[in-house]
Design a protein around this ligand. Structure first.
Ligand SMILES: Cc1ncc(COP(=O)(O)O)c(C=O)c1O
Length: 402
C-alpha cells in the first residue's frame, strides 16, 4: 500500500522544492557549510558566541521559582505586558497585553495567522521576490498562493499591482518590511496607498482582506531609515514579530502576533489565534523563553556592524564586477551578477569557499543574496576571495580574446 499524505502538504512540499529545496539539492551547501575555511553568506545564522547577558537571561528562565514554573503556559502575562508597552511606545498606538499572542518565532506566527484566516481555496497574495517559505506556508494552510511580482531592480511596494491581483477569493496579503531579500523598507506613503486598496477591496467583498505583516526585521534597519509598521495604516493587520532576528538566536524560538488597537471585534480574533496556536501543536514559546521575554525585548543585537559588513561586501563584489543594491535593513543584501545566471555564480563562488544564495530561489533571478551575519573577518576574507576569483576570470578572458 502506498502512503497518502494531505494534498495541502504535497502542495507545500512542491513549493519548497522549487525554492529553498532547489538550492539545497543543486548546490554543495550542505556538504560545505560547516567545513573549515568555508564562508557561509547564504543564510542569516550566528557566527559568534551569543552575548553572556543573553545566556544569563535564558538560564535564569530555567531556574524554577515556584512549583508551577514548568506548568502548561499559554501567554505569560508579564511578557504580554512588556511587549504591549514597547509596541505602544514604538508605534505610538495603545496596544494592550491581551492583544499580544506569543508564538514560537515568526514561522509559527505566520502559520498561525494563515490557519486562522484561510478557508480551503482562499487566495493569499504574497510579493515576489520574497521569503522562500511563504508559498509553502499558504499551501499548507489550505490556501492558494498568488504571487504579485514587483518591478525588478527597485522592488518597491506596488499598490496598483496588488489591486490588480485581488479577486473575490482573496482573503489575505502577506507583506514583509524590512524586506528579505531586497532590504527595501516600505514608506508611509506606500503603506497608506496599500491600506486604501485593501479597504476598498474588503468593502467590495463584504469581508476583511487581512494584511499579515511580517516584521521579523523591524529592528534591523540601516542608515537611520525609519520603518513604519503597516498596522498603523490598516486596522485588519496582524503584526508578526520575532526575537530570532533582533537577538540573532534562530534556534531559540520566541516571537509574537500583535493585534493593532484599531481592529474591530478583537476578542474574536484573540480567541481564534489561541485556538490556532493550540491546534498548530502548541505554538507558544517554552516557559523559560516567556519568562525572559520582558528583558529580551529590551535588547537588540548591534546593528552598525551589520551595516559595516554590507558596505565591505558591496565594495568587494562591485570590484569583482557585480552591482550592489542598496539594502536598508534585514540580515541581507542583493548583488546583481555581471553575466550568466545566478546559479553559475553560486558554483563559481563555491569554488573559492564562499556560499551565497541564488536569487532565483526567492524570485530574484540574476541576483545573489548575501548574509550580513558573518563575522567581520569572514566578510573581509570573502571580499578578498571574490576579488581575486573574478580578477583571475577577467584576466583569463582577456588572455583568450587577446
Ligand atoms: C522574512 C522572514 N520572515 C520570517 C522568518 C522566520 O523567522 P523565525 O526564525 O522567527 O521563525 C524569517 C527567517 O529567516 C524571515 O526571513
Amino acid at each position: 500500500m502506498e502512503h497518502r499524505v494531505s494534498r495541502f502538504l504535497v502542495a507545500a512540499e512542491q513549493s519548497y522544492q522549487r525554492h529553498l529545496g532547489a538550492y539545497l539539492s543543486r548546490s554543495s551547501y550542505e556538504r560545505m557549510c560547516r567545513s573549515p575555511g568555508v564562508i557561509d553568506l547564504a543564510f542569516g545564522d550566528p557566527h559568534e558566541r551569543p552575548a553572556p547577558r543573553l545566556v544569563e537571561l535564558l538560564q535564569r528562565g530555567l531556574e524554577p521559582r515556584s512549583p508551577d514554573w514548568f506548568a502548561y503556559t499559554r501567554d505569560h502575562v508579564p511578557a504580554q505586558r512588556a511587549i504591549a508597552e514597547r509596541l505602544a511606545t514604538e508605534l505610538r498606538k495603545p496596544f494592550i497585553p491581551d492583544d499580544i499572542a506569543l508564538t514560537n518565532g515568526a514561522f509559527a506566527g505566520l502559520v498561525v495567522c494563515l490557519r486562522t484566516i484561510c478557508e480551503p481555496g482562499d487566495e493569499v497574495l504574497h510579493l515576489t521576490p520574497g521569503w522562500f517559505y511563504y508559498e509553502s506556508m499558504i499551501s499548507s494552510a489550505g490556501g492558494t498562493p498568488r504571487a504579485v511580482r514587483l518591478a525588478a531592480g527597485e522592488w518597491r511596494l506596488d499598490p496598483d499591482r496588488i489591486a490588480a491581483a485581488i479577486t473575490p477569493r482573496t482573503s489575505a496579503l502577506i507583506i514583509n518590511t524590512p524586506h528579505n531579500p531586497t532590504g527595501v523598507v516600505y514608506s508611509k506613503e506606500e503603506l497608506a496607498a496599500l491600506a486604501d486598496v485593501l479597504a476598498e477591496a474588503s468593502h467590495r467583498r463584504g469581508q476583511p482582506i487581512y494584511l499579515i505583516s511580517d516584521e521579523a526585521y523591524r529592528r534591523i534597519v540601516f542608515d537611520g531609515v525609519s520603518c513604519p509598521s503597516p498596522g498603523e495604516f490598516y486596522s485588519y493587520t496582524l503584526l508578526v514579530h520575532t526575537y530570532t532576528k533582533s537577538l540573532l538566536l534562530p534556534g531559540e524560538r520566541i516571537g509574537y502576533i500583535a493585534i493593532p488597537p484599531g481592529m474591530p471585534d478583537r476578542q474574536f480574533m484573540r480567541d481564534a489565534l489561541t485556538t490556532a496556536r493550540l491546534m498548530t501543536g502548541w505554538a507558544f514559546p517554552n516557559n523559560a523563553l516567556q519568562y525572559a521575554a520582558p528583558e529580551l525585548d529590551c535588547h537588540t543585537i548591534a546593528v552598525p556592524p551589520l551595516q559595516h559588513r554590507r558596505d565591505i561586501l558591496a565594495k568587494g563584489f562591485v570590484a569583482a564586477g557585480f552591482r550592489a543594491l542598496p539594502s536598508h535593513g534585514t540580515f541581507y543584501m542583493l548583488v546583481e551578477v555581471p553575466d550568466g545566471d545566478d546559479w553559475d555564480h553560486v558554483s563559481r563562488l563555491e569554488g573559492c569557499g564562499v556560499l551565497a544564495l541564488p536569487g532565483s530561489v526567492m524570485g530574484a533571478p540574476g541576483y545573489l543574496r548575501l548574509s550580513l551575519t558573518a563575522t567581520d573577518d569572514m566578510v573581509d576574507e570573502a571580499s578578498g576571495r571574490v576579488r581575486s576569483l573574478y580578477g583571475d576570470l577577467l584576466r583569463s578572458r582577456s588572455d583568450v580574446h587577446g
